[in-house]
Design a protein around this ligand. Structure first.
Ligand code: ATP
Ligand code: MG
Length: 429
């Protein structure tokens, strides 16, 4: 058994010795029964928060008002929460008040799905009043109690239900699914951040394609709180891609989101707007946007030439990736090439076939992709040309970088300074 579980059992035993009940609860019980690795262990106890604080040498008051104390053991930490009941719910969101109770079954009753409403004692015995074990075996996501009521209490549960179904390859139980479709409009009351966190986990999880299909089928995306003209519904335009489980073939959050926007025929700017409305983390949104911009740019380059008329020669793979590297940086082009491979494989994008096949190798032959790597800098150029800095300087550096990246010139100080001088002379003539 893992050290985390051993330490968790120590916490349970310590509470038991002091005369309280204590059990593992929720996700860790579910994942343990499924034989999946545990992310963390949540503990529920009849002890009050102040008792927990008293019993352990190292604790942190994580959410005292909600009954949660973090117990810090040697290698892991554990959230220990007093058995509680969530009496009143406010506006289809989290509960207004919590009430500490002494009965575990009551605590399990407030949990969302039967597979999440099980507990386990230190000896491994299961406490399962709602048939979670059975649903786990059958592969079913089912609300604890009346699904209509449970989704009215907290509308986020609808998204969680879809996420669990996708993560574990489960079906949503009929009544749960009906209630979900029926109550989809209640999602309007849920904070965008919570919604987006769930979407992230779906798209980055095991079955992003099924997640999107279920989202569309449920009607939930029409009811996000932010009035996004959310393009998810357009997924229906790409049914073939869904069947071939397209998104699952991309790894990494940014690639998956970029892939999704592509399947929905969203332009980079539209995608950026949608991500802003959905309150994506800036870093993630930037990464997705950059990939989509690179996608538009690289694709227009790749089929820039017209080989039939021979008016313009088709750019070589090397040229395309070198120019892309100057424009977006090598790491972005490298990542985009994976998107290009996916486009070829999933969407039969023949125009990208050669680029996708040879691009990664050619990209490594590009000697420089950043002005900082250039053998000359701004001071060198203002000195050599005896001109005060101005907009010309950035332009010139960019031109020299392009020449060096394309290997038309070596990245050598003297060569680049000479080039700069002859360009300056040409301009004054
Ligand atoms: P994972 O962490 O893998 O997403 P989890 O089951 O641990 O799964 P958490 O969000 O960490 O999910 O919540 C821990 C437990 O708290 C859940 O197993 C569930 O019993 C309960 N829970 C969480 N969110 C809700 C909710 N919105 N409504 C009811 N119960 C909830
Ligand atoms: Mg958890």
């Amino acid at each position: 058994e893992s050290i985390m579980i051993q330490e968790g059992i120590q916490v349970l035993r310590r509470l038991e010795e002091a005369g309280y009940e204590a059990v593992f609860v929720g996700g860790c019980v579910r994942d343990r029964l499924l034989g999946r690795p545990l992310k963390d262990i949540d503990i529920a106890t009849s002890a009050l928060p102040q008792d927990v604080v008293r019993l352990f040498p190292r604790t942190a008051p994580t959410g005292l008002a909600h009954g949660t104390v973090t117990v810090i053991m040697e290698t892991h930490t554990f959230e220990v929460t007093t058995y509680r009941k969530e009496s009143e719910y406010e506006q289809f969101r989290r509960p207004k008040e919590v009430e500490f109770i002494s009965d575990l079954d009551e605590d399990l009753r407030r949990r969302d799905f039967t597979i999440n409403a099980m507990a386990q004692g230190p000896d491994g015995s299961c406490i399962d009043p709602f048939g979670g074990r059975d649903d786990l075996d059958k592969g079913i996501v089912r609300c604890v109690g009346d699904p209509m009521e449970r989704f009215r209490e907290d509308a986020l549960r609808m998204l969680r239900g879809i996420r669990f179904a996708c993560e574990y390859g489960f079906e949503l139980e009929d009544g749960t699914w009906r209630a979900l479709v029926r109550h989809a409009p209640l999602l309007e009351h849920v904070a965008t951040e919570r919604v987006t966190a769930e979407l992230d986990r779906m798209i980055e999880g095991r079955s992003p394609d099924r997640a999107v299909a279920l989202l569309v089928e449920s009607g939930l995306p029409r009811h996000f709180k932010e009035p996004v003209e959310w393009p998810l519904a357009r997924w229906e335009r790409a049914p073939e891609a869904t069947e071939r489980s397209a998104l699952a073939k991309l790894d990494g959050a940014a690639l998956r989101w970029a892939g999704l926007f592509i399947l929905m025929e969203c332009e980079a700017e539209q995608a950026r707007e949608a991500m802003k409305r959905l309150k994506f983390a800036g870093k993630k949104s930037d990464a997705v946007y950059r990939l989509l911009r690179a996608d538009e740019w690289m694709r227009s380059r790749a089929d820039g030439g017209d080989s039939r008329t021979g008016v313009e020669a088709e750019p070589s793979v090397f040229e395309t990736v070198a120019l892309g590297a100057v424009e977006f940086g090598r790491p972005v082009v490298r990542e985009w090439l994976r998107l290009a491979g996916w486009r070829v494989e999933m969407m039969g994008d023949d125009g990208l076939r050669r680029l996708a096949a040879e691009g990664a190798a050619e990209l490594e032959r590009v000697p420089v992709d950043r002005i900082a790597e250039l053998a000359v800098n701004g001071t060198d150029l203002t000195g050599a040309l005896d001109k005060p800095a101005g907009p010309w300087l950035g332009r010139l550096l960019y031109e020299l970088l392009t020449e060096a990246a394309l290997r038309r010139l070596p990245n050598d100080r003297d060569v680049l300074l000479n080039e700069a001088k002859s360009r300056a002379k040409r301009e004054t003539n």
